[in-house]
Design a protein around this ligand. Structure first.
Ligand code: NDP
Ligand code: 2IT
Length: 444
């Protein structure tokens, strides 16, 4: 049996209760075959694949907090520190009721390769809790964040592990987490990214994932001799990534006609009104039904359905496994040509296979959503030198990082005879740098 198959079998046997984690590992290892085959003897001896698939450590902890009725609630918090071969652990925290070890491990594993692709010195990690921020008061959110940090602070630091936001964790939560870290440690340091602009945050970090997604999509379009101009774009989600993807795609000349949340979706043939969307989601923290009420051109539908709308470009920006095989078939049937992932692993393995084998050009999340963590890396640099860069400077760096990622995944795929396979290109380009660093640092 080949080395990849042996390790895949071991990983499956050891983690049979972790479907999302196994999905991520399977996708990565399957596409690394050509690199692994070319270096099999060395990689086996160094147990490179066994080491990269096993996190350095996975911490889970109790998070007790008091709700507005005086009732004590208990959630489970996590931090998985996956790999720090090329820099301190770096990755977001997700607060969502679905969070479990499988989800945090899949996200942490993906983060290793994503962070490597940014070309900045960041290792891979991820954290979160099965806490549901929906319907909670500000005081309850603060109580939860403070309790979460009261345990997490032991494991993180500006040179150790630097968490940030993800689903359910935005500027408000990062503020509460930062305040509690500072209070407990008595240290003012860049221990979190995505901070507010008045206390060490970076301009453009809020917009970075969505903007970066559009910048790399633009590179792909350019390679095909075209641009966003005049294209119909469908987006899923209506959170941080979706909102700024809609904003940038629109600025670049595309017409974005959908968005969604976990209860329903909007079809707006006149193009999504980003100012209204921001007001509803960022200020009022309300549901998308409000959007349809205030925008005569829009239809609101219960359930899921954005992939049924005819489009040229599809940008899944909500969550894992939200684009299924039947959605892939509909996209192909409707003439969609480009799918670039804003979320982490939004496309199932069979849907990905269907899209790519039916001529759709596909950029995987670890490359196309890397603009968020890349700008977190820029926030860390600014914190270290105690300076703040201008919006133009950060945005220019983000654009150049995304263009560079596209170039690297394109050439990594071509180097191994898989021209246009950006999944293989992203995994290979991300992996090669980390493995080189792991081997250079010995068995640790
Ligand atoms: P937000 O919490 O801001 O928004 C998430 C959006 O996705 C909301 O519209 C939410 O709807 C929807 N959603 C979440 N879970 C589900 C679900 N189970 N079913 C259907 N819809 C769901 O998160 P972000 O925008 O930050 O993150 C979106 C994706 O992008 C995630 O996969 C995340 O890991 C990834 N990502 C985020 C980065 C960042 O910088 N924030 C960077 C790179 C990737 P509702 O409000 O109803 O729950
Ligand atoms: O999935 C991701 O890359 C993020 N949620 C952002 C991580 C970060 O450290 O900015």
């Amino acid at each position: 049996m080949g080395y990849v198959d042996e390790v895949l079998e071991q990983v499956k046997a050891k983690n049979s209760d972790q479907p999302e984690f196994l999905q991520a590992v399977t996708e990565v290892l399957e596409t690394l075959r050509p690199v692994v085959d070319a270096n099999e003897e060395l990689y086996r001896k160094e147990a490179v694949l066994e080491r990269i698939t096993e996190p350095d450590r996975a911490i889970h902890f109790r998070v007790p907090w008091v709700d507005d009725n005086g009732q004590v609630q208990v959630n489970r918090g996590y931090r998985v520190q996956y790999n720090n071969a090329i820099g301190p652990y770096k990755g977001g925290c997700r607060f969502h009721p679905s969070v479990n070890l499988s989800i945090i491990k899949f996200l942490g594993f993906e983060q290793i390769f994503k962070n490597s692709l940014t070309s900045l010195p960041m290792g891979g990690g991820k954290g979160g809790a099965d806490f549901d921020p929906k319907g909670k008061s500000d005081r309850e959110i603060m109580a939860f964040c403070q309790s979460f940090m009261t345990e997490l602070y032991k494991y993180i630091g500006a040179d150790t592990d630097v968490p940030a936001g993800d689903i359910g964790v935005g500027a408000r939560e990062i503020g509460y987490l930062f305040g509690q870290y500072k209070k407990i440690r008595g240290v003012y340091e860049g221990v979190l990214t995505g901070k507010g602009l008045t206390y060490g945050g970076s301009l453009v970090r809020k917009q970075a994932t969505g903007y970066g997604l559009c910048y790399i999509t633009q590179e792909l379009l350019k390679k095909n001799g075209t641009s966003f101009e005049g294209k119909t774009v469908v987006v899923s989600g209506s959170g941080n990534v979706a909102t700024y993807a809609i904003e940038k795609a629109t600025q670049l000349g595309g017409k974005v006609v959908t968005c969604s949340d976990s209860t329903g979706w909007i079809y707006d043939p006149d193009g999504i009104d980003v100012a209204l969307l921001k007001d509803i989601k960022e200020v009022r923290r309300a549901r998308l039904t409000e959007y349809a009420k205030e925008r005569p051109s829009a239809e609101y539908h219960e359930g899921r359905g954005v992939w049924s709308i005819k489009c040229d470009v599809a940008l899944p920006c909500a969550t894992q496994n939200e684009l299924l095989i039947d959605d892939a078939k509909t996209l192909v049937e409707n003439g969609c040509q480009y799918v670039c992932e804003g979320a982490n692993m939004p496309t199932t393995l069979d849907a990905t296979e269907y899209l790519t084998s039916n001529g759709i050009q596909f950029i995987p999340g670890k490359a196309s959503n890397a603009g968020g963590v890349a700008t977190s890396g820029l926030e860390m640099s600014q914190n270290s030198e105690r300076l703040s860069w201008s919006e133009e400077e950060v945005d220019a760096k983000l654009q150049s990082i995304m263009a560079n990622i596209f170039k690297n995944i394109d050439s990594a795929a071509a180097k191994y005879g898989m021209e246009g396979n950006y999944i293989a290109g992203a995994n290979i380009a991300g992996f090669e740098k980390v493995v080189d660093a792991m081997i250079a640092q010995g068995v640790c």
